[in-house]
Design a protein around this ligand. Sequence first.
Ligand code: TXA
Ligand code: MG
Length: 352
Amino acid sequence: MKTDIIKFTNDKKDDKNKLKKIANTLRKGGLVVFPTETVYGLGGNGLDKAACKKIYEAKGRPSDNPLILHIVEFNQIEELVEEIPEVAKKCMVKFWPGPLTIIFRRSDLVPDEATGGLDTVAIRMPSNEIAHEILKEVNLPIAAPSANLSGRPSPTETEHVIKDLKGRVDIIVDGGHSIVGIESTVLDVTVDPPMILRPGRITLEDLQEIDSRIKIDSATIDAKSGEAPKSPGQKYKHYAPKAPAICFGGGLDKIITEIKKNIKENKGKKIAVLASEESYDEYKNEGVHLLLNLGSREHLEDVASNLFSALRQCDEENVDIIFAEGYELRGIGLSIMNRLLKACGGKVVMRI
Ligand code: TXA
Ligand code: MG
């Protein structure tokens, strides 16, 4: 399949034509990768069974893993859900548009192909401007999982998408860097109390300001709990880089000491270290092959924003082993750790 790469230019007429082309492709059941503030999405018409099926095929994703429907106007939600609980209304007012996905009981309009056969549906209103323009032009709920091949880190740059999906989709829209960098927070309001199934940039603490009873699915941060995660997508090994990765927890001094020790023990191997602004210099003279500074511990939103690019870089450089610094298990730190623990897959050694 030929994939068109489209970039908006700020030439009004030209951009309008591009938008029309994108919307037509989606209406005809085609696939369009578009930027959002979290990660790039692999979009198709969420009300079209065949388009939803194509999304799974393009990603190589198991079809029991449900998709998120993306909307741009509040009134679009009414025909998609059975009811909007009070707590959801408050969350929508406060956090939409933005990186929060909410799970509702679904209406009959939503096909099984979009929800993996579940009687619930995930809906989100992204804040990215290009996503907005596309969703407005097409005026349909767009089903969009992260635009990576299944098992790869979610894409936060157009180059990541091109690498994974060129030749597998009709259009890739180039929107530069995805600023949030980790996928949206997923909140299930069909249970009482509401439960976070996937942590993201909107934190547990943010949501508890709306309803203090909101909980987080403990399986999202405990790779070894043995409990099945409540969100189907969380049970798959995600974001796994090719090399084994080890995440070190505890205070920063202890983390640095442990990582240095492990660098010595692995002498001769191509080592990658995922460091922070505060620790970066500590590893400079340790003979590390790939040393990455994800950002300051004082600004964890930067660390989140750079994380997936860093994991992809480890693959590009074909490193043998990855040592990653851990972060505190609260606020955005908890969302970062959720992704890091997944990146470590079965090979996680969390030393606290
Ligand atoms: O930030 C994001 O959410 C990105 C952008 C493109 O919007 N999308 C994204 O989609 O991350 P995806 O498909 O990669 O992740 C959706 C997650 C999966 O873990 C899935 O299992 C969960 O949401 N999910 C979707 N519908 C659900 C439902 N009805 N019940 C429980 N979990 C659901
Ligand atoms: Mg995904």
